[in-house]
Structures are given as C-alpha cells and as structure tokens.
Design a protein around this ligand. Structure first.
Ligand code: CA
Length: 144
C-alpha cells in the first residue's frame, strides 16, 4: 500500500484512454474535505467537497478518458491545505484478462491518525477493443 504522501504530491494517475471511469467519494470529518481531479492539460474533471461527522457521500459520477495522465489532489478547505494520503489498487482478472481496475485513496486531514476523513475511489472496466494497453506507471512510483 503506497503512501502516505501529501495530497498535492499524489503520483500521476495513468488511466486507459477511451474508457469510462466511475468515481465516488465519502467523508467522515469535521473539517471540510476537498478532492479535485485534472487532466494533463489542467482541465478540471471533477471537484468534490463536504464535511460530516456522520458518514456522508460528497459526490459520484463518471467521465470518459480523453487523456492518459491525470492529477488528483486531496485536502481540506478547497485545497487550502493538503491531507496525507494512502492509496492502493484492486485488479479483477479473468483468464489473464484485466476485467476491472480500481484505485482507492484514503486521506487523513491532520485531525488524527485514522485515515478516515476522505475515501475516494476511481474504477473502470475492461477497455474497449482497440484502446491502448493499460500502462502501469501510476503505481510504480519510487518510494512506495
Ligand atoms: Ca482523521
């Protein structure tokens, strides 16, 4: 399980191009949690924020990848400061074929050490025929 790293130093996510990626995030935190994903051109794909000491969803949706490198930031107060972030990957295989892939991020905003302030998940299914092969660079970050 790589990390923790600061929420503005999460290694670039490498996603297969031409794929629908589903995302969702939840919080259990008093301070206002914030997460933002951008593509390599700096276009904002999504921004989510919210707080709640009871578990609370702060958003879900999907986007179609037109890029391969994405930058995720997780923090509090609209990016005023950044959380510590753990992440990992779940890969579902069948007959040697990647059928489903998922990145999960758990963030600690500094109010404790439990890493339960924000949980964010990105997941996608087997890329369509002809899509470039999924690259593994995202989780091959030195220091993991
Ligand atoms: Ca905490």
């Amino acid at each position: 399980m790589p990390g923790p790293v600061a929420g503005n130093q999460i290694p670039a996510l490498v996603l297969p191009i031409g794929t629908d990626v589903f995302y969702s995030a939840g919080v259990q935190a008093q301070w206002n949690q914030w997460a933002q994903l951008k593509d390599s051109q700096g276009n904002i794909i999504f921004t989510m924020s919210g707080s709640g000491t009871d578990p609370k969803s702060i958003g879900a949706g999907y986007f179609h990848t037109a890029d391969t490198n994405y930058t995720l930031q997780i923090g509090i107060n609209n990016g005023g400061s950044f959380s510590q972030v753990l992440w990992g990957e779940a890969r579902l295989m069948m007959g040697g074929v990647l059928m489903c892939d998922q990145y999960v991020y758990a963030a600690e905003d500094g109010g404790g050490t439990d890493y339960n302030d924000t949980i964010l998940i990105l997941q996608w299914l087997k890329p369509p025929p002809g899509a470039p092969e999924l690259r593994r660079k995202a989780l091959a970050h030195p220091g993991q």
